[in-house]
Design a protein around this ligand. Structure first.
Ligand code: BG6
Length: 459
């Protein structure tokens, strides 16, 4: 491959409606769970910055799309806001249609392929009140929303994804307090996960039945699980972590069935998931065309406290590998080789499905410390991060993994769930006060790689 990527390789970035757009309560948008949560408990949000304005893409998308072009993007992923398109669940908001159609046409006219995602953690508040993903009604509402989105934008978009990281709202909302409802309840978590998967397959089925052109997939955050040691107890812990956090979605979406071990887990926890046999058939018949993989960090685990542990601690416990390289700002381990291991896992166990890196990036706090005299962020750490990951990715591709693109998280610094603008991830710096944008050093590096379609010489 000679440091080259295949012809047509996708280069770009990912973002999401709620983190980038702004206009949170304007132009007819309905309230999401994040809008509600900020109103109810602003102190929970870093520096009390809510989701109203975020990075103002709603008003600045024209200049932003020009910048994408300038930094060599041939593709860009964002999400449609469900609450903006269908504020009450049924009436289509004409302003949302105008906005998204403008964005998708402009991207097309600038040679940037849109990958459009339907759900990025942004549950409409009215559905949250009825139980969100714990309620079967939400599945029907989502299927309707997906149908409307395909019909309304299908002439401009031919690459769709249903969900971004569906396990995250389950983990963070039902085993943690970082998303709502913020409880620790394995049974509720299992129900929410199942109904999310059902919504995903129903959306795929609607897409295919109505004969839309193009492809449809999903974006999963894969966190390879590494055991502390070769002791069977540690290895078993890694198996459970992998089952719950990777395979719980990866197996059904790619292979059309849940792993057998999932039944074992549900039995051990005495959880009854209210599935129907016809739904298992839907899962079998509606596997994805392609997979998006978000990769930030691995998961390191050690044996759980069998018998005495509470919740998932019975199965595995986190383990801090002493040799780990940590991004001190986010506290996440940087383990570039994980991307190679993911690529081989997909090749060997997931029918070598076409996939792409849908998010990979580093969040850094206090980036103003890296401004040079001209006001450009000298983010060499971001360049190193991307380059090292890309080299491992390329190795996986040379060995046969079917990867078709690399998207960095993210394009312009954007708002994040409870961290807001604490950790900056963008290739472009955002001045929060003035909403002005300025390319960082990494943006110029990215352009070189994207336009030449290869990595700099080195190994
Ligand atoms: C991914 C999400 O998990 O990671 C993004 O898809 C998120 O929405 C990104 O912003 C970085 O994580 P964080 O929590 O540091 O913003």
């Amino acid at each position: 491959m000679n440091n080259r990527f295949p012809e047509g390789f996708l280069w770009g970035a990912a973002a999401s409606g709620p983190q980038l757009e702004g206009a949170g309560s304007k132009h007819g948008k309905g309230k999401t769970v994040w809008d509600y949560w900020f109103e109810a408990d602003p102190g929970k949000f870093y520096q009390q910055i809510g989701p109203e304005t975020t990075s103002n893409f709603y008003n600045q998308y024209k200049e932003d799309i020009l910048s994408m072009n300038e930094i060599g993007f041939n593709s860009f992923r964002t999400s449609i806001s469900w609450a903006r398109l269908l504020p009450d669940g049924t009436t289509i908001n004409p302003e949302a249609v105008t906005f998204y159609r403008e964005v998708f046409s402009r991207l097309r006219d600038h040679g940037v392929k849109s990958i459009v995602n339907l759900y990025h953690f942004d549950m409409p508040y009215r559905l949250h009140l009825k139980g969100g993903w714990e309620n079967r009604e939400t599945v029907e509402e989502f299927t309707h929303y997906a149908k409307i989105a395909f019909e309304t934008f299908g002439d401009l978009v031919n690459t769709w994804t249903t969900f971004n990281e569906p396990i995250v709202p389950v983990e963070m909302g039902y085993l943690n307090d970082k998303h709502l409802p913020g409880v620790y309840d394995l049974k509720r978590a299992a129900h929410a996960a199942y109904f999310t998967l059902l919504a995903h397959v129903k959306a795929i089925s609607v897409f295919r039945e109505s004969g839309h052109c193009g492809e449809i997939g999903i974006i999963l955050n894969l966190t390879p699980s590494y055991p502390r040691s070769d002791f069977p107890e540690d290895k078993e812990a890694a198996k459970w972590a992998d089952l719950l956090f990777n395979r719980s979605f990866l197996d059904p979406v790619v292979l059309g069935r849940y792993p057998l071990e999932m039944a074992e887990f549900l039995e051990l926890e005495a959880i009854d998931v209210p599935y129907k046999n016809t739904e298992l058939d839907l899962i079998k018949d509606n596997t994805i065309d392609f997979l998006g993989v978000n990769y930030y960090q691995p998961r390191r685990v050690q044996a759980g406290d069998k018998g005495i542990g509470v919740g998932l601690d019975k199965y595995f416990k986190p383990y801090q590998w002493p040799e780990a390289k940590i991004n001190p700002y986010r506290g996440w381990e940087i383990y570039e080789k994980g991307l190679y291991e993911i690529s081989l896992n997909i090749r060997d166990n997931y029918r070598n499905i076409p996939w792409y890196v849908a998010e990979n990036g580093i969040g850094v706090e206090g980036e103003e410390a890296f401004l040079d005299e001209e006001g450009e962020v000298q983010d060499d750490y971001r360049i190193t991060f991307m380059e090292d990951h890309l080299r491992w990715l390329q190795k996986g591709m040379v060995e046969g993994s079917n990867c078709f693109g690399y998207h960095v998280w993210t394009f312009i610094d954007n708002w994040s769930w409870l961290n807001e603008y604490k950790n900056r991830y963008g290739l472009i710096r955002l001045d929060l006060k003035t909403q002005t944008r300025r390319k960082k050093k990494s943006a110029y590096w990215f352009k070189q790689v994207a336009v030449k379609n290869r990595l700099p010489e080195k190994w």
